[in-house]
Design a protein around this ligand. Structure first.
Ligand SMILES: Cc1cc2nc3c(=O)[nH]c(=O)nc-3n(C[C@H](O)[C@H](O)[C@H](O)COP(=O)(O)OP(=O)(O)OC[C@H]3O[C@@H](n4cnc5c(N)ncnc54)[C@H](O)[C@@H]3O)c2cc1C
Length: 396
């Protein structure tokens, strides 16, 4: 544990009432700052560093941080509510925030005393942002194929390689970088390292110029002879691969929740428009074809929420959430893409206006297809569980 006093002491103890107050603060922040700034982040291709810092100053980076390190130590579902509140207005900000939060919780939970002492106060207060680098230009879904190498250098390490698509790369000042220490050992050779992104040998590559989702600030880094001392090791070889996978069910489930929140927003906008807009003497809401579009969107949203809640409750109870999280993400992404488009259709040409968030949400749903495991990778998970389960049943 850090020996120096925390300059950002935990504002209040976390009780159930406090958790609700924290979520209320997030909702107010989302309805004011995120709602009004999201179009600007998109147009001006901005990474919302100031808004992320402001969210941290509300205590939001402390949700899953252990109490002994200045956090609230609250359940996963509290984070899920905050993710939803932000995604109602902007999936990209929600994703940037949850990754900033997770970097804080990861460092508090898994960092060494020296690592915590150096980075945690800044992460808790929002002065600093961390990122996590698994993906490389040559390895995304196939994470074990990463080519970034870590070689022993006395008590320390030297890193060489290239990382891509790291969320918040636009403003992050440190990263957990996954690298291969022993190619012959496969997954067991992969280790995680805590890298100061301002250190000699680290070059920030461009922030990805995307078709949308600029608030995610995704980008990469080149690592050339980056020297780390022994304390640079974050996850040991043999431990890192499992650590990378340990949080994936939670990530898949909150991406599903982001999709649900975006569709909920679109449905509200489409219903209001259908009631107010008249064509041929009647409101659009009286046209059966359009009413049924809205009804189908509502049914899909209900089903998706149930899948998301089921995965969340398994995560919270410590159950096996692999299959449930894959179902939730796959279904949430699919229905968001389909039904966001339907909601936009009901708005006619005005759905294309920049002032309407549904177009931004459609891009958000596309992005949700890739992050934290692509839709095809969810199918691989589901198929593997299904085949194993049914094979076991067949033998019974
Ligand atoms: C906005 C954004 C933020 C991101 N943030 C991070 C981050 O913070 N940290 C990080 O490390 N990474 C991050 N990523 C990277 C993300 O995890 C990868 O994009 C993802 O793993 C997919 O890898 P890829 O894009 O290289 O696609 P590939 O792995 O090259 O796959 C290409 C296509 O082929 C499909 N495919 C691949 N293999 C198979 C197979 N065996 N069977 C069937 N289909 C297959 C995939 O599903 C995909 O549709 C981010 C990506 C985005 C878009």
């Amino acid at each position: 544990m850090s020996t120096s006093p925390d300059p950002n002491p935990r504002p209040e103890p976390a009780t159930e009432v406090e958790a609700q107050a924290l979520v209320s603060r997030a909702v107010s922040f989302a309805d004011s700052v995120v709602a009004s700034s999201a179009p600007q982040w998109e147009h001006e291709r901005q990474w919302p560093g100031e808004a992320l810092a402001a969210a941290a100053s509300l205590g939001l980076n402390r949700i899953q941080v252990p109490a002994e390190h200045g956090g609230y130590d609250l359940p996963y579902t509290v984070k899920l509510r905050v993710v939803e509140a932000f995604a109602r207005h902007d999936m990209a900000f929600s994703f940037a925030w949850v990754n900033a939060h997770n970097a804080t919780a990861r460092l508090a939970r898994d960092g060494s005393p020296a690592q915590r002492e150096r980075w945690l106060p800044g992460l808790l207060s929002g002065r600093s942002v961390g990122t996590v680098c698994l993906t490389e230009p040559g390895a995304g879904s196939d994470f074990p194929a990463i080519a970034t190498r870590a070689r022993r250098n006395g008590q320390g390490w030297v890193l060489d390689g290239e990382k891509a698509w790291a969320t918040n790369a636009a403003g992050a000042d440190h990263a957990v970088v996954y690298a291969q220490t022993d190619p012959a050992a496969g997954n067991k050779g992969i280790a995680g390292f805590l890298v100061d992104l301002g250190a000699p040998g680290v070059t920030k590559r461009h922030v990805e110029p995307l078709v949308g989702g600029h608030a995610i600030g995704a980008g990469g880094f080149r690592l050339e002879g980056v020297e780390l001392d022994a304390d640079g090791l974050f996850y040991r070889p043999g431990e890192a691969f499992g650590r990378a996978l340990a949080s994936i069910n939670g990530a898949r489930t909150y991406v599903a929740a982001m999709c649900n929140a975006m569709l909920d927003t679109a449905l509200r906008i489409a219903v209001a428009h259908a009631q107010q807009r008249h064509t041929f003497g009647s409101p659009l809401a009286e046209r059966q074809g359009l009413r049924w579009m809205l009804a189908d969107a509502a049914t899909d949203l209900e089903a998706s929420r149930l899948l998301t809640e089921r995965a969340a409750s398994l995560i919270e109870s410590g159950g096996d959430a692999i299959e449930a999280a894959a179902h939730a993400k796959k279904f949430g992404v699919r229905i968001a893409e389909h039904r966001l488009r339907d909601c936009m259709q009901i708005l006619g040409a005005s759905g294309l206006r920049d002032s309407c968030p549904i177009g931004r949400h459609l891009v958000g749903a596309r992005i949700a297809n890739y992050v934290d495991g692509t839709t095809e990778m969810q199918n691989e998970r589901i198929a593997a569980s299904l085949l194993r389960r049914l094979a076991t049943q067949g033998k019974a």
